[in-house]
Design a protein around this ligand. Sequence first.
Ligand code: NI
Ligand code: MN
Length: 242
Amino acid sequence: MNVEVTWYGHSTTGITTPMVKILIDPWFTDNPMASAKAEDVEADVIVVTHGHSDHLGDTVEIAKRTGALVISNFEIVTALEQATAGAMHAYSGSKSEGLTKLHALHIGGGHSFDWGRIKLTPALHGSALPDGSYGGLAAGVLLYLGGVRIYHAGDTGLFSDMKLIGEPGLDVALLPIGDNFTMGPDDALQAVKFLQPKNVIPLHYDTFDLIAQDVGEWSARVDRKTGATAQVLKPGETFTLE
Ligand code: NI
Ligand code: MN
């Protein structure tokens, strides 16, 4: 089964299999790196790792247009339900037109759908929603798609339980390397050693000056010092697993 992993810039990631189109942290509008527009992307499923605006992004707009199922932690799912219902209530007088296709998970919990299994993993990070309301705990995502296992770390600092996350064997790990808000290059290199994925795709760097990094140097260190292969993508590029 072919699995295509597309990096749209920052943390925004598309994962496409013959069964499903998944978008993780779909931030397109106002994303200086975005290689696509929110109105042009397709999705069956949207996964939101935490409430920060550079991850929640265009979730509501894309879900309304495509009818995608939105998966996130319980607090964010509840907020999306209430916020969109409230907004639609003011507009149409009906509460029934808000986001209705939602699935709440929480850290350590997984659920199997007909297209695969998703589990939320810990992340060391915040999760307040853009309006300041409570967004629960930030998470990472583990996806089981046929025989392919993919880990998207969301925003996180380094933690040694990444060893456990990697234990089933990972085909791809997507990791932030930008420093300042998340792991920087040194800690992300240690994360690769803990996770032991076959391939690693760097995220969450170069979007702003504050998180600018030398990704070429980092990928060379990954290739030299770990068993993983660094797959450095330009925004809009796709890595295909066969
Ligand atoms: Ni964040
Ligand atoms: Mn972020």
